[in-house]
Design a protein around this ligand. Sequence first.
Ligand code: AMP
Length: 290
Amino acid sequence: MIVNYRSSSSDEEPDNSSENDSSPPRKRGKATETSTSEPLDYGSAKRTEDKSTNKTPRLPLPESMKEMFREPEEQWTDNTEEHGGRLGSFQHERGNWVTYVFFPYKPEESFVELLIAFMVVTAAYGSPLIPSEEFHVSLSKTVVLRHHWIQPFIQSIWTSLTQFQKSVISNQTSLFFCMADKLRVYFNAEKTRTFLGMEISTGTIQLLELIKLVDQTMKEFNLSTFYKDPSFHVSLAWCVGDHTERLKSACLSELQGLVDSHEDGPFYIRLNCKELRCKSGNKVFLFPQQ
Ligand code: AMP
């Protein structure tokens, strides 16, 4: 069956033929070359050098994580509402797992209060925006994976993350703080969804480092890499259709006024490298701590 690896809500480059290939990506490491939905054998848990390729060896996934992949394909479910409308433009097909990498964001009370205040203002302007049910900072575009690609995909991200934790945060804390103080309107590639987001303006260095690593995996799997001009943000609300201009001209400055006059100052979004996640279909993978 030919799978259409179309991009999702993201601003994707046009499809290319490699993304329509149902065979696994060729450039993957040894362990990921198997194209069956059987659990893959990751061999010994000991980390060994792959001298023949000089590439960083893959770390084996723990048994507990492998178990997560053993669910039969038929049990795949997807619910557009669950994703805050992000995935509305995907063709939902059995065996295709809508996937993205992200940091969860647990909002403070004042953030929720501000969001409620935003909704009052936007409703007064007749905007159909509805608040997001969960908050996150995306570190990838939303892509589609075949079921048998999920395990090697997660494996690849995990290997990169291990490198990141060792090299970038080494002895320091795994926490970093980003300041979010600017509202911005986003839309998906097809302009069928509009999002009101709070853009992260400082503390993006580590996020950019992480993007490089996630992008490596994306390239390995012939999937779209992140935006050339990344704008890290937390989406606060969304609606169907292209309401970008309407929001900008009608109420964005009023909403920004609410942020600027927020008595506790800008929001600091606390991100923990150890909490990086990948959502694939109806499963969320939490990367194990090193
Ligand atoms: P998210 O809440 O992370 O799913 O993002 C909401 C929307 O923002 C997605 O549909 C993205 O396509 C869109 N978006 C548009 N431009 C950008 C950009 N430069 N950086 C990040 N997200 C973007």
